[in-house]
Structures are given as C-alpha cells and as structure tokens.
Ligand binder design. Structure first.
Ligand code: ATP
Length: 887
C-alpha cells in the first residue's frame, strides 16, 4: 500500500494526526498499548506466606497445644499477636511491591505523537492505531508502524528476527504477498530499536496485536533485583537465625536444669526464638529502600535498578556531560564569524525581524551576504523546529539547532519561507562521533547543493576552500589558522561553536554515504552560542568535593569552551587537568589509568571514549557514576557502577542501560541522589542496629536469669508483645530518618564494606548487653523485695525492656552520640515511640488486658526504677562519648 492509502485505511491524517475524540473512540475499541503480563502472586498467597516461617509454625503448633490443654487466653492472645505480626509483614511487603511497580511505570518509554496538529510526548501505553509518530536514533519503537518518511533510517530488529545487523528502512511499497518480518522494510516493529537516522510512521498495530505481542512469551519480564546489602542480609539472616536458635536452646536447657518446668520453658523458648529471629528485616530493608526511592523521585531522580540506591552512597567519581547537565541547554547565538569578520547578536529573544548586529551599531544582514548565507544555511541544515505557542517560540528538537533558527529569525529568515524556495532532498543526521550533520538541498532553479554543519575543528579539515570577502578562496595554512584562531577566541568565552560549509552537487544521484558528501567543502563561517551554567551546579560540585567525590566533565565540545565553563563551575583548578579526544585515542586503558586521576575535563570526546574513561577509573578502584543520553553512550552507562541517563534528552537506549534517570537532566540532582543514597544506607544501618541490639537484649535477659537460677523474667506473651511493639513502628520510623548533618562531609563508603562495619557489630552487642543487664537488675530488685509477687516483678521487667528499647531507638539515629543531633528531630519516630509506649501502658493498666498479659498495675515510685534503669545505657554511652571528646 502507498503511504496515502495507509493514511486512508487507518482513517488518519499525516499532517494533523488524530483528534482527541478519535483517540478515545479507538482506545475504547482497541484498548491500551500494552502486552499482557504473567500472573502475579495473589494477595492471599502473599498473606499466607507470612506464616510459613518454621519458628512461627512451631509457635502456632505449641499455642494450639496449650489451647487444647485449657490455656485459652494465652493461646488466643498468642495467635492474635502472630496474626497482627503477619498483617504488618503483609502490609510492608505489599507496600514494597507497589512502590516497585510505580517505579516501573515511571520509567515507561515515551512516544512523540502528532495529535490535533501538534507534536506531543505521551507514554507509549496511550498510543492507538492510526497515531502518527516520529522517532530518531536511540528510540525504542512503541508500536508497529508503517513508515511514511525516513532519513537514513536503520532499525535493529534482533528481538524479532534474530538478525543483529540493523535493517535499512525505506517507505517503498512491498509487492510480495506475505513477506517475512525481516523483509518488511517499510515497517517498524514494537520493541525494536532505532540505531540510526530518523523517521515518521503511522501506527498499524498496538499491544498484543503487534508482531512482538504475538511472541509475547519471549519478552523478558523485569526481574526483581536485590541489592548487595539485601544479599548480604540474606546470608547473614541464616547465621542470625542459627545463633538465635542456639541461644534460645541454651536458655531452655539452662532453665530446665535449674528446675523450671519443661513445658513452660519450651513455650518461652519458642516465643523467644520468634521474637529474636529478625525475620522482618529483609522486608523492612525493602521498604526503607523503596521509601528512599520515593524520596529520590521527589528530587527528580528515578532509580531503575534498586542496587543503585546503595552503590550511589559509594560513588567516588561523577563523570558528567556538560551540555544540558551542567549547563542549561538554553543556547543563544551571540557571535557570527565569516571571512575574518565578527558580528555580534544580542542575546535577547526578540525575533521581531529587527537586526541587532554589532555591539552598538545595527547592521543589515541583507547587505552582508556572508552573514545571510551563514544564517540561511544554519536554518536549512537543521532538523529542529520553532513552535509558536502562546506569545513566544519554543524549540521542538535540539537546542543547538534551535539557537541557529532563532539567530536567523532575528534577521528575518524563517524556515517555513525558506522551505518554499528550497527542497530538502536528503538528510544525513548528526551523530556525536562524526560531530557533523548534512543535507542535500534543491533550489527553485533545480540546482543542488550540500550543506554541512558541525564542530569547526572537524569540519575545517573537510574544506578545500573558504568564503572570504565574498569570494571563494582555496584553503591554505594561513586561512586555516585564521579559522582556528576565531574558534579558539569564541571558545575561550565559553561559547559553543558550530561551523557551516557547503558545496554544489552536480550528479543526479544523491550520495548514499555521508562521507561522500562531507568532503571538498567550502567553509562559510561560524556561529558561537552561549549556554550558561545551571546556577545550582557550582554549589553541588563543591558539596561533592567535600564529600570526597570528584566531578569530571566530559563533553563533545571544544577544549577551550569546556575549560571556560569548568572554571566557572569550580571543576578545573589548572589547565593541566584537561585531556582531549585526540590524546584519548592515543592511550590504551592501562596508559590512561596513570593519568586519569589528574584529569577533570575531557573535551572533544566521542561516546566511545567514555567507556575507556570509566574502565580506567574503575581500574584505579573508583566507584564511577557516568551520565549519558545518546545511543552510543549505552556501553559506558552500562559499565559504570551507576549509569545515569537523562530523562528529557535521553534516548530509550540510554535509559534502558541506566540505573538512574534524571528527570530534570540536572547535575545537582545527581548530588541530591548520592546524598539520599548515603542516607538510605545509613538508615538501614540504624534499624539493623536497633533491631539486633533489642533482640540481643531480649535473649540475654532470659539467659542471665536462667543462669542465675531466677524465675522467668518475662512470660511468653510478654516476649511476643515486646517484639511486636518495639520492632514494628520505631524501626520503620528510623527508615524515614533525615540524614545526619555530616552525611556529605564523609568520604564515600567502601563498596565492599560489611553490614557490621564501622563499629556497628560492637554497638549492637554492647548495647544489647546493657539492655539485658538493666532489665535484669530492675527485675531482681523488685523480685527480691517480694519473691511471692513474681507477676509484679515480671511486669517491671517487661516495662523496663520495652522502655530501654524505646530509648535506645533515639541513640540509633546517630553514629556518634544521641545528643549530637536533636534526639526528637524525627517526628515519625517520636510518634512511633509515643504509640508504642502507650500500648505498653495499656497492657499494664487496662484491667481486662492484665490477665491476658499477666501484668499488674505498676506503682508510681517503681517507675523511677524502670525509667532509671532503661535510660542508664544511653546516659552511660553519651557520658563516655563526652569524656572521650574532652580527652
Ligand atoms: P556534552 O557531551 O557536553 O553533552 P554534547 O553532547 O552536546 O556535549 P556533542 O553533541 O557531541 O556534544 O557535540 C559536539 C560538537 O558537535 C559541538 O561542540 C558542536 O560543534 C557540534 N554539534 C552539536 N550539535 C550539532 C548539530 N545538531 N549539528 C551539527 N553539529 C553539532
């Protein structure tokens, strides 16, 4: 079918696209553009999986037996607690799962579609048959399409055809009756990747009716990835379970030896095991990670791969693109140069047609032929459009090209008017390796010529002549030097430079390869544009420096432009720290390793160089974050420890390779994400410290009591209650803690650092020991006062243990000391502690709960003992910290 027939049969318009109403009708008819996913674990299954833990099953079994033996209240209460625990676990896991799902949606691919006559970006899920979509190199196609316009288009279709060499596409009619997918050159298929060029197509199939949908089982479903810490915790979990079980067994055996009844000891032991085994830890870690990820989204960073959250905290080098990430990507042409003369363009956006050349004196570009040509060619060799919206123009496409359009507009040169006189017959799209773009144009008289624009130092090498004083002169060494001096001069003022050249085309056949066009050219001139740094980047670079993270600028731009911007941003201390693409070509990765530590700016690089830089830095032991946007950046992004893609300008390929996407393309967001990454890890350490120290305390109080031949300081239901009340909310609240002030003043964490590094293990054991001892002392004091009133002494032990943990939780907020920051700064934690304390008080004072929990109301003066004993460890540690500091 011809393009027009396709347009007609799908009842759409190539010029206008579909209308909103038509889209809705089609959505109702064809549904959303998505592939049906496999079955998910149902909520009920997830709920029951909370109880499949071995010790929980033993506890349930034991409870059942005690129920049958007549201990109804105990049995029901224990069951209720196990149930509540299960519900909490279920809610946590659901939350974790939901936020991971939300992440998937956020990183869903976008499609450029023509609707109601304007190009807009939508989620690929919203595409309907008949939509007109455009795409370019680096995009993954969101639907099956019939191509209606192509420019050097190549698509890699290996997912469908197995063919890894990209297919060259065209818009020709296919005469074959039932061609193979691989032969359908006028079609593009969902899920395949545009590797070169650009094009426009009409959507012919969506969702399950696409070629990809027909082989949907081949599609890899996103696998849930676990982070290194989660993996370490999984391994550690097994050790912790064994230790907890052994210690519990010891408690039971010692208890029995000292004359306790075996059945009581068994139930106490099982309860202790359930309480002491940190089975909830992995779920809380996931929740903390995903809550952190949510916070990152608020700061414009989307984590695509969960492990990155942790790795972020270890980053020691950030390699960042300059354009758009460190700068605003708002380019404005300020200088024009041709034939040895410079003109100035006012930076204001005033496209009125008035002319603003020269610093003071207006100049008429119509009188300056070279200026007129420079501007006109910049408009014709251009793939971007200016869209008039409201009362101003906006750029649809590449900002560099947009700047050229704007400059021309200021001189009254409009792309639409030009396109009435000139036909663009072929386009050779820009790519950052070649650093050039070309078009072949036919004028009204049928004369053909090529226009090339690109990086001046590259383009000048392709020129055999130059326009000088209105005449064409053969390029020689002097003229070449004049051009390069002009380039250096502009670049030293932090301007990005674009050179423009042309040549007539005499042959009737259009060259296929760009290398046939981009040679023997005539140099026309230069346009220099400013792209101011983002205001927040300088402070972010400084903050990274203090945090032990080096910032490296990587740019395709000229060395002098890069240096000027890097100096403004505080990245460059001296000009020795710069290396360009040419030098990078000469060095092997091993050789680069010796120099890489001293380099802060890499200029005129191609995307391929980025991989070399990442590898050299990694070999030096660095944890590297690397940004990128283009299709060729993907290998470097993938290899980096943290691959970062741009959300606005990034291609699908770069995003897919990345583990972090910046929604605002902003360098400062990387810093914010690193800070959050460090904080998340520290928060996880905080609750590991809290939970494990609490568990150690619980086990030790029982063990010491048994060793001292004392009665049980806590009954099983109390043990379970302590576990429920203190483990749940306070631990979660620690996961929401704000970063400590010094979080960005420390060196990056070592990537191989163990869970218990930096003294955490000692903190857990020593603190657990103190909690156990102080609970035991409180118990003994009251017990020896009145040995007949065991239940009262047990209530005291219960209250001391709960309170000691609730006070300890504030200690956990800081690596240094509880008083090194406002202890009540985390309002979630304050509320969690207040509600846990209220639950404890309820169990002690509400009459109908007392028989259930074997408690008695505590006399007011005994609270002095309880508060004193439970706060003692905190004050001891804070005191020893102050003493150490004084020394
Ligand atoms: P950074 O790496 O800092 O983001 P960049 O990605 O913009 O920089 P490139 O896109 O590789 O770098 O551009 C390198 C050079 O190519 C620019 O300095 C400019 O001279 C030239 N250039 C950029 N865009 C175009 C374009 N659309 N057409 C022709 N030449 C271009």
């Amino acid at each position: 079918m011809k393009e027009k027939e396709v347009e007609k049969s799908l009842n759409t318009s190539i010029e206008q696209g579909l209308t909103t109403k038509e889209v809705e009708l089609r959505r109702n008819k064809f549904g959303w553009n998505e592939l049906s996913e496999g079955e998910k674990q149902s909520a009920i299954l997830l709920f029951f999986s909370q109880f499949k833990d071995f010790m929980v099953l033993v506890l349930l079994g034991a409870t059942l037996i005690s129920g049958l033996l007549g201990e109804y209240i105990d049995a029901i209460a224990i069951m209720a607690i196990v149930l509540i625990n299960g519900i909490l676990g279920f809610i946590q896991e659901r939350k974790a799962e939901k936020s991971l799902d939300a992440l998937k949606n956020l990183s869903a691919p976008q499609v450029n579609v023509l609707r109601n006559g304007t190009w807009i970006k939508i989620n690929s899920r919203e595409v309907v048959p008949g939509d007109v979509i455009k795409f370019s190199s680096g995009d993954r196609l969101g639907a099956d399409i019939r191509l209606i316009q192509v420019n050097n288009l190549e698509i890699e279709e290996s997912a469908l055809t197995g063919e890894s060499i990209p297919a060259v596409k065209n818009t020709n009619i296919i005469h074959e009756k039932s061609p193979n997918l691989g032969d359908m050159n006028n079609m593009g298929f969902m899920g395949t990747m545009v590797t070169r060029g650009n094009g426009v197509g009409i959507v012919t199939g969506i969702g399950m009716s696409t070629a990809m949908g027909k082989i949907a089982d081949m599609i890899q479903s996103a696998t849930a990835m676990i982070t290194p810490l989660q993996r370490r915790l999984q391994q550690l979990g097994k050790i912790l379970i064994t230790v907890a079980l052994l210690l519990t067994l010891l408690v039971v055996v010692v208890g029995i030896i000292h004359g306790h009844d075996a059945y009581t000891m068994f139930l106490a032991g099982v309860s202790l095991a359930v309480a002491a085994i940190p089975e909830g830890l992995p779920a809380i870690v996931t929740v903390a990670l995903s809550l952190g990820v949510q916070r990152m989204i608020k700061k414009n960073a989307i984590v695509r791969k969960l492990p990155a959250v942790e790795t972020l905290g270890c980053a020691s080098v950030i390699c960042s693109d300059k354009t758009g990430t460190m700068t605003q990507n708002k380019m404005t042409v300020t200088h024009l140069w041709s034939g040895g003369k410079t003109w100035f363009v006012k930076a204001e956006e005033d496209p009125d047609g008035k002319l603003f050349f020269d610093r003071e004196l207006p100049v008429d570009p119509n009188e300056e032929k070279s200026v007129q040509q420079l501007l006109t060619f910049g408009v014709l060799c251009n793939h971007t459009e200016l869209v008039f919206k409201g009362d101003s123009y906006s750029i649809d496409g590449d900002p560099t090209e947009g700047a050229l359009l704007f400059a021309a507009l200021k001189a009254g040169i409009q792309r639409n008017t030009l396109l009435e006189q000139f036909e663009i017959e072929k386009e050779y799209p820009f790519d950052s390796t070649r650093k050039m773009m070309s078009v072949i144009v036919k004028d009204a008289n049928g004369k053909r010529f090529a226009i090339t624009k690109g990086a001046p130092d590259v383009l000048v090498e392709k020129c055999e002549s130059i326009l000088w004083d209105g005449k064409q002169r053969l390029m020689n060494k002097d003229l070449n030097t004049s051009v390069m001096n002009a380039v250096n001069d502009l670049a030293a003022q932090a301007l990005r430079t674009i050179a423009i050249a042309m040549k007539p085309i005499h042959s009737g056949v259009l060259p296929e390869k760009e290398s046939d066009v981009e040679k023997d050219l005539t140099f026309i001139g230069l346009q220099g544009m400013i792209d101011p740094p983002r205001p927040e980047v300088k402070a972010a670079v400084e903050e990274c420096k203090i945090a032990g993270i080096k910032t490296v600028m990587i740019t395709g731009d000229h060395k002098a432009t890069a240096c000027a911007i890097a100096e403004q941003l505080g990245i460059l201390d001296n000009r020795e720290q710069v290396m360009d693409g040419q030098r990078l070509n000469e060095l092997t990765v091993e050789e680069l390793e010796n120099e890489v530590e001293n380099i802060s700016v890499f200029a005129r690089v191609t995307p391929e160089h980025k991989l070399k830089i990442v590898k050299a830095l990694q070999n030096r032991g660095h944890v590297v974050a690397m940004t990128g946007d283009g299709i060729n950046d993907a290998p470097a992004i993938k290899t980096a420890d943290i691959g970062i893609a741009m959300g606005i300008t990034g291609t699908d390929v770069a995003k897919e390779a990345s583990s972090l996407v910046l929604l605002d393309d902003n360098f400062a967001t990387i810093k914010a994400a690193i800070k959050e990454g460090r904080n998340i890890y520290e928060n996880i350490r905080k609750f590991i410290r809290y939970l494990l120290a609490s568990n150690v305390g619980e086990i030790l109080v029982m063990l010491f009591a048994m060793l001292l031949s004392l009665p049980l300081p806590l009954v099983p239901i109390q043990i379970l209650w302590v576990n429920l009340v203190t483990d749940g909310l306070p631990a979660m609240a620690l996961g929401l803690d704000q970063p400590e002030e010094n979080v960005m003043r420390r060196k990056p964490r070592h990537i191989k650092e163990g869970v218990f590094a930096r003294g955490l293990g000692w903190k857990i054991v020593s603190r657990g020991f103190l909690i156990g001892i102080s609970t035991l002392i409180a118990f003994m004091v009251v017990y020896y006062k009145d040995p007949n009133n065991l239940e009262y002494a047990q209530t005291i032990a219960f209250a001391t243990l709960v309170l000691a943990q609730l006070i300890h939780v504030f200690d956990c907020r800081s690596e240094i000391s509880v008083f090194s920051r406002n202890p009540f700064g985390n309002k979630y934690l304050v509320w969690a502690v207040i509600s846990s304390a209220a639950l404890m008080v309820a169990v002690i004072y509400v009459p109908f709960l007392q028989p259930v929990f074997h408690t008695l109301p505590i006399a007011l003066n005994d609270w002095l003992l309880i508060v004193g004993m439970s706060a003692l460890p905190t004050f001891l540690l804070a005191g020893s910290f102050i003493l150490r500091k004084k020394q």
